[in-house]
Every structure is written in structure tokens, then in C-alpha cells.
Design a protein around this ligand. Structure first.
Ligand code: ATP
Ligand code: MG
Length: 242
């Protein structure tokens, strides 16, 4: 039995092909995430990481292959339905609502559709990121990049997702803020949150994530555990330019 067929598989992406118009970007990409796992997606610029996320979310639907979430085929579903099944996205560029306050951004997203026994509340988000409590009545547009990222994470958590996806978790943020985001991810993982994370910081990813996929020109060319990743430094050189 292959690991992707394990009963606790939360997300299974199987041989997807995705195009932007005539330009094909994903060529039979496969990956899987089990419940409670933190999985990292790595690869150089333009290799197809964001497109993989967009395909999973139905924002740029894959034209071939299978995407199963919680055992249900979702490849042909519209984005909002996929999100409702329990995927919370922290997108590239954050995309918080600029004309809503921090608090309104959080409330707008809140929901416990899947009946989590211990749902996220504004208070819990404030405990995770105290800065958001201080900025509660400020408009989204006034936030710093780091505050926006905290808000984007808080907003995604307020949907009580089974799977949290972060595209560029710490890209472009100040070192102290990055540290705060990594701490937050460690904490979420310790609580059993399933996470798919994209970031360029291999050191932090190998410290926190359970498994990794390296994407090269629209294919997953390597996958393994953190120990395996660390044990093969030439992988990082070959595929990540480190
Ligand atoms: N909207 C689009 N239309 C056409 N081509 C696109 C579009 N978005 C991305 N691409 C192309 O698809 C390929 C994969 O892009 P993608 O954004 O998935 O890469 P990425 O791995 O997320 O890169 P980065 O690390 O820079 O975020 C690139 O060649 C990119 O130019
Ligand atoms: Mg990207």
C-alpha cells in the first residue's frame, strides 16, 4: 500500500497538469498530506509552487489528474466550495481586506462549518499574535507587512480549517517577525494542525516540517523527511540554489 493511500490522508494530489492559457506549468505533479502533518513545498522561483496551491484551491483548475481532499474529489469544484470543505489559505501577497479593520477582517472570515470542538476565536488569535489586538481598530491598509501576514494567518485560522496553506510564510518580513511566524507555525503543528507551507528558509522548514517536496519545472522531483533533506546537502544545491 503506498503512503498516499493511507486512511488518514487529508490531501492527495495525483498527477495534476495545470496551464495558464497555452502555457503548461504543472506536468503530472503529485503530493500528499496526512492529518496532522506539516509538509513543505520547496523549489526555486517560477517552478510551480504557487500554481500547485492555485490548483488545489481551484483558482487555476488543473486540467488533468486528481485532487482529493478528505477523500472527496475536488478538482472540478469552484474555489469557494473547496475552501468550505476546510482549507484556509494565506495567499502570496496576503490579500487582506484593506478597507476593513483588523477585527473586521477576522470576523468576516470566522466560521465553524465543520464543527471543530474547540474553534478559533478572536481572543485566541490575539493570544497567538498580541500585535493584532493592539491594532484591532486599524484599517487593514495601514498595517505593516508583518502585521498583514499575522492577520492573513489569523483570518485563515478563523475559518477553522482542516488544512492551513501558507504561500510564502515569511517572505519579505523583518527577522523578528519571521521568528514570530515560525513560532506560530510550531505551535499550530504541536496542536495537530495540518499545514502545507511554502517558504525559502530551508533551515526553519527542516526544523519544523515533517516532510518536504521539491518542485522543479512543474514536477515533484524529490520528497522526504527533514532528516533526509538535511542528509543530502547536494539536493539543496541542485534544486534550491543554496
Ligand atoms: N497568471 C499567470 N499567467 C501565465 N503564467 C504564469 C502565471 N502565473 C505564473 N505563471 C508562470 O508559471 C510558472 C510557475 O509560476 P509559480 O507562480 O507557480 O511559481 P512559484 O514556484 O510559486 O515561484 P515563486 O517562488 O517566484 O513564487 C512561472 O513560469 C510563471 O511565470
Ligand atoms: Mg509563488
Amino acid at each position: 500500500m503506498s503512503d498516499t493511500k493511507m486512511p488518514d490522508t487529508l490531501l492527495e494530489v495525483d498527477g495534476i497538469e495545470t496551464c495558464y492559457g497555452l502555457s503548461q506549468v504543472l506536468f503530472g505533479l503529485s503530493l500528499s498530506i496526512r492529518s496532522g502533518e506539516m509538509v513543505a513545498l520547496m523549489g526555486r522561483n517560477g517552478m510551480g509552487k504557487t500554481t500547485t496551491i492555485r490548483s488545489i484551491m481551484g483558482m487555476t483548475p488543473a486540467r488533468a489528474g486528481k485532487i482529493r481532499f478528505g477523500g472527496q474529489e475536488v478538482r472540478a469544484l469552484p474555489s469557494y466550495k473547496i475552501a468550505k470543505l476546510g482549507i484556509g489559505l494565506v495567499p502570496e501577497g496576503r490579500q487582506i481586506f484593506p478597507n476593513l479593520t483588523v477585527r473586521e477582517n477576522l470576523v468576516a472570515a470566522s466560521g465553524n462549518r465543520l464543527g471543530s470542538p474547540d474553534p478559533w476565536t478572536i481572543e485566541k488569535i490575539h493570544a497567538l499574535f498580541p500585535r493584532l489586538a493592539e491594532r484591532g481598530s486599524n484599517m487593514g491598509v495601514t498595517l505593516s507587512g508583518g502585521e498583514q501576514q499575522m492577520l492573513a494567518i489569523g483570518r485563515a485560522l478563523m475559518t477553522n480549517p482542516k488544512l492551513l496553506i501558507l504561500d510564502e510564510a515569511t517572505e519579505g518580513l523583518a527577522p523578528l517577525i519571521r521568528e514570530e511566524i515560525w513560532n506560530c507555525l510550531s505551535m499550530l503543528k504541536a496542536q495537530g494542525q495540518s499545514v502545507l507551507v511554502i517558504d525559502k528558509n530551508v533551515g526553519n522548514l527542516s526544523r519544523i516540517a515533517d516532510r518536504h517536496y521539491i518542485i522543479e519545472r512543474g514536477r515533484a522531483v524529490w520528497s522526504g523527511t527533514s532528516a533526509q533533506l538535511i542528509a543530502e546537502p547536494d539536493l539543496q544545491h541542485r534544486y534550491l540554489g543554496i
